[in-house]
Every structure is written in C-alpha cells, then in structure tokens.
Design a protein around this ligand. Sequence first.
Ligand SMILES: Nc1ncnc2c1ncn2[C@@H]1O[C@H](COP(=O)(O)OP(=O)(O)OP(=O)(O)O)[C@@H](O)[C@H]1O
Length: 405
Amino acid sequence: MALLEIRNVSRCFGDFTAVNNISLSIEAGEFFTLLGPSGCGKTTLLRMIAGFDLPNAGQIILDGVDLVGIPPEQRPVCTVFQNYALFPHMTVAGNIAFPLKMAKMSPPEIKQKVVEALEDVRLIGFGARFPHELSGGQRQRVAVARALVSRPKLLLLDEPLSAMDAKLREQMQIELINLQKEVGITFVYVTHDQTEALALSHRIAVLNHGQVEQLDEPSRIYSYPRTRFVADFIGTCNLFDGTIGAIGAIGALDASNELSEVIVANGASDTAERENTSGLAVHVVTTMPPKTPPQMSLMVAGLGRVTAALPPDAEIGRKGTLALRPEKIRISAVICENSADNHFKGYVKELLYLGDVTVYIVQTEGGATIEALLANSAAGRAKFFEVGDTVEVAWSFDAGHFLYA
Ligand SMILES: Nc1ncnc2c1ncn2[C@@H]1O[C@H](COP(=O)(O)OP(=O)(O)OP(=O)(O)O)[C@@H](O)[C@H]1O
C-alpha cells in the first residue's frame, strides 16, 4: 500500500468545486509535486492533507490511517509555507526546537536534534541568530529544518521558493533534492512553476480545474503530454490541429490521394485486402522493413500534409492535435533541399535572443506559425538568422506527439 492514498476527494466552496473527485497515491520516499495554474486547487488539496481544511467527500489515508477527523497537530505531517512563518522573537535554534518542546522532549535530546537539523540544512553556526539576521534562502532552510526536526511521515511544501530570485531558487532546488534524498522523508510539493516541478520531482500530478490531467514522471509529462492542456502548460509547444489523412509509411503515402485508406504493414510483403477497426476494407500496398515505426499523415491548416508517428487507435478522418516542442525543429537557410520527413519554407517573422538560445517565430508559406529554438553556442554565433530571412523549418516524423484531445 502507498504511504498516502487520496481517494475520491472533493472540496466545494458554495457552488464552486475547487477539488473535484481526485484520487492519487504517493509512495514512501517520493518527491511528489502538485503542479498547476493559479486556482487549480493544489493548495486546497495540500491544506486538506495537512488538516487545515476538510474535504466534502473522500478519504485521505496516511500509512493506513484515515486522516479526516484528525486535527492538524496530531497528524504526522509538517508544512513549509512560502513566507517561512518563523517566530521572529526566537533564535534559529529556538525556532527549530519549538516543535520538540511542544512534544515534551528532554532538553539534551532537543539539543542533539537541533544540531542534527542544522547540519541537515547546512546552517551550523547560525543557531544563535534571529530570523531578521538571515537571508531569504537561510530563513527558508530554517523553516525546512523546523518542519523536519520531528521527523514527520510527510513534509508538505507550499510554493516554498516563490519569494526568491532565480539564482537562489536554483540553488535551493538543488539543496531540496539532496535533503530529501538524505532524510528519505516523503515530500509533497506545490508549485505553479513547471520548470521547478520538472527539476525536483520523482512524479508530478498536473492539476487543472480541480482535477488531475496527468500523473507521471517529469520526462513523460514533458515528452508525452496526455492532453492539450498539459502540452501547453508544461514548457513551450507548437500545437497543430490536424485530421488523420492517411495511415502508412512516408513513401507509400500518396500526396495526390490524401484521404485514401492506405495501410503499410510492418514486414508485410504481399498485397492483400484487410479490414481496419471501422470494418472498412483497406489495401496493403508495400513491404516495410520490420523495424520501421508506423506512420500517418495529418492534414494541418497552414502546413498541408505532415507526417507523424502513428498513435494508438488512429483512424482516417479522426481529429486531434500534434504537439511539437520548439527544440525538435531544425531551421536552415533554403539552399539545399532538406531530407527530413517534414520540411516547410517560410521566413523569420520574429526572434527572441535569450543568450544561450534564440527563439525563432517562423511564418510558413502556407500561413502557419511555428516556434523553433536554436542553441547559439554551437557555431559560436550570437544568432543564425535575422527577421525577414527566408528559411526552411524541418522535423522528423517522430518529433511530435499526437493527442486526440
Ligand atoms: N476558503 C475559500 N472560499 C472560497 N473559495 C476558495 C477558498 N479557498 C480556495 N478557494 C477557491 O478555490 C480555488 C482553488 O484555490 P487554491 O488556493 O487551491 O488554488 P491554487 O491552485 O493553490 O492557486 P494559487 O497557485 O493561486 O495558490 C480558487 O478558485 C479559489 O478562489
């Protein structure tokens, strides 16, 4: 059984449903993140785990015990907030010792545990300082130490780094990863920052309108978003609405016959009539090397025919979205023909120089807008193209990810 089981939990405020029948499990030792835009319900869910709020329906089970009905201070759960919430009149050591004093631990034991906690967050030597004598990063480390000192089963962190500048945030992210590994306590982390979620988490639940849209490892969330919302919310993504025009290999897809029901079976060498899932007769036309991944062509406004990897349950005429990350797109000057599966001529409409990379917004001849990302360091050049340059954008058939949503 998982350490934390959230079963069919809902929370309504009047007519408004902030958390809508969420179920998820978190394993012991996981760094688990609730990620979503403002108002998606992540803090409400966290508050219910902590006991500061109660669900209207559902169960929250920690280590086999239903927490609903148990007051916050009796739950083996601690929370770290964005604003640190340290006692200003107490020293660092006093702040960290506070929950141990409340638990009536003996003074020598408290002293020992405070030293260990200061070690955990690399603040040895800071015990006698007051919070106002610390930097933001140091204050948050004290808050984490105070939350961890009583060794809760679960540490909840509500946007703990959002008040920090980018550089400090990155440093604190590394510290949190290392700390979680060292202490082995399960972290449930709330953030609206997708890069933070990708960097920190073992698994991420992406929330939208009070529901989980996708629960997965960071790399899968990024590379295989399950919905259009996830593709759009995590990183930057070109999203092309398309209709499946043909199913088969690139060579066999006849441009003059876009809606033909052509199927090329892997390894098939004969010509034969088959039936597709809708019961229609389809024509097997050619031999494919056994390892060639199945493909399809999509009809996309502004681009025309786009070749893509064949998703499950593909059928001619079915609509969906091709999600294509900007870094998967290549740009070249239109001098020689590009041999990639998909290549379109256009011009650079806009660009954004970001130092290490440049974002190019390319308008294709057909009228589509495509965002591409190029690393600048490779050729030691600041930028490869200028606004107005004629270019070709290209990507391989398996660079994108097709969604039915
Ligand atoms: N006590 C409350 N009374 C009424 N509505 C509430 C209450 N608490 C939260 N809400 C609403 O529930 C929704 C979810 O709020 P929640 O704080 O969980 O969002 P969030 O995803 O954490 O957003 P943020 O990142 O902005 O904190 C919001 O629309 C919010 O206005």
